[in-house]
Ligand binder design. Sequence first.
Ligand SMILES: Nc1nc2c(ncn2[C@@H]2O[C@H](COP(=O)(O)OP(=O)(O)OP(=O)(O)O)[C@@H](O)[C@H]2O)c(=O)[nH]1
Ligand SMILES: [Mg+2]
Length: 362
Amino acid sequence: MFIDCVIIKAVAGDGGNGCRSFRREAFVPRGGPDGGDGGRGGDIVFEVDRNVSDLSRLKFAPLLKGKHGGHGRGGGKHGRSAPEVVVKIPPGTVVYRLPDATETGESGDQGLGGRPDPERDGLPVVTDLVEEGRRFVLCRGGKGGRGNARFKSATNRAPTEFESGGEGQAGRFFLELKMIADVGLVGFPNAGKSTLLRAISAARPKVAPYPFTTLEPHLGIVEMGETWQRYTVADVPGLVEGAHRGVGLGHEFLRHIERCRTLLFVLDVAGSEGRDAGDDFRQLREELKRHGRGLAEKAFMVVANKMDLPSAEAGLKAFRRRHRCRVMPVSSERGDGIEPLKEELGRWVRDAGSRDGKRLEI
Ligand SMILES: Nc1nc2c(ncn2[C@@H]2O[C@H](COP(=O)(O)OP(=O)(O)OP(=O)(O)O)[C@@H](O)[C@H]2O)c(=O)[nH]1
Ligand SMILES: [Mg+2]
């Protein structure tokens, strides 16, 4: 199963206590203070690793705990510092801080009651981890306490003071994975999104003639032979009307395309199942607009799929009459129009990159 959000609890290790001790040895009168320092507690660290595809590891082990630092000992021995706990997470993970269970009046380690919605609940973003190899210290381990040997001074030759170790930081967090791709495929179920991804990349998402075949996002890498250009395309599950309200698997699917730099609408222009591509397009745009979060402002392009079917020509004509946007006709199943589409997308992604943030006119 593809897990794209989890609630976790992280507790870094406490620092070890400093020690109070005096050197006692035969023939060494007044040996002086020799209590060592405590070691540092273990940090909890996130590290972005693109080989990790989702958050499932955290789902099944949601408590991250750092080891405590060792206590200082006599004879000037310092306690051992605890190793950090490194958790590998996929690129595109956004970390939000959750209020403490006590603040919300809940008991135990329950969530906020159902799945949190960062926007609705106003959760503060702790960090947004994107680049490969990025490290982020989520909770810092406590500092080791100083032993009494450290407090020796000219006026105090036999200090009895020492420090306890500091407490490790702790907190509850909500992690959300947002897919990052150059192009996100958007369309109704059965429009042929997965078939298209298979046609343009080596990715092998499942294809079948029933709606909601795709239940988790897939990433494909398109490689252009001559120019060595590569770009990523995300196949997301189909949208249905009302998706912005959460109908179908609404929100969850829309969330995945928030991070896609551009969108490619995939329409079934052959009108299988009595659909009309023009209506579909309008509805899809409407869902994106209602979802908000900048989805409607993204640069987009349209693919007219299933051009091998007899009714497709008429469907495409009708669509063009209604909507004045650039449409690329293809048959994902037969491969017609796929090469020009790959090239066009490549050019387009490159341009979008240089003009990022601005709406592309097409
Ligand atoms: N004739 C024809 N059929 C196609 C074409 N592309 C896809 N199909 C068929 O349409 C059906 C749905 O294709 P999928 O690729 O699974 O559709 P999807 O958009 O990924 O659907 P969901 O994952 O359910 O959202 C399958 O039976 C495909 O064989 C095409 O270009 N021509
Ligand atoms: Mg699919």
